[in-house]
Design a protein around this ligand. Sequence first.
Ligand code: 5GP
Ligand code: MG
Length: 177
Amino acid sequence: MKTIQLLDKKFALSIPEEKILEKIALVADKINADLADKNPLFLAILNGSFIFAADLMKKINFPCQISFVKLASYHGTTSTNNVLELVGLNENLAGKTVVIVEDIVDSGLTMTKVIELLKSRGAEKILIATLLFKPSALQHDITLDYVALEIPNDFIVGYGLDYDGYGRNLKDIYTVI
Ligand code: 5GP
Ligand code: MG
């Protein structure tokens, strides 16, 4: 079993790149069949989705746009609640079909917030394409339109996903042990 160390944690190889790419190809096939005439904007959520977005987009076979955004949270002045904001979204979303490209859906909170933000910017239809999904961790009512891989509720790194900033460059996915 191949293991690696990142900071204080050990991880074991769980999903090799070959299998990841196979599953992404299946997602791309579905998107190509569903959205070729929809002129969608793909919106990748940084940092985690950068490798997934690159591999997915190379397999999309119709003209389309991709943009990259980051989620920033800040404290509102009159509220103790964290407010989420999408940084880097310059596109006009009015009437657009938007495909969110996400690394992993865990509780579903992040996707719920992103959907809210995109709706408030006028997006007409919002779809979610996620590399990974932890079904047993889901707590929010969201529909995932495209899922490459379902995984158990364990912490993973690699292929864009990090542990405290490290591990994003690993070509395979590793699970904490
Ligand atoms: P959610 O809002 O769905 O609970 O969590 C989604 C976010 O949590 C992801 O975008 C990702 O940043 C982080 N996350 C959830 N599970 C994992 C994991 O196993 N590994 C890593 N590296 N990040 C995770
Ligand atoms: Mg993320």
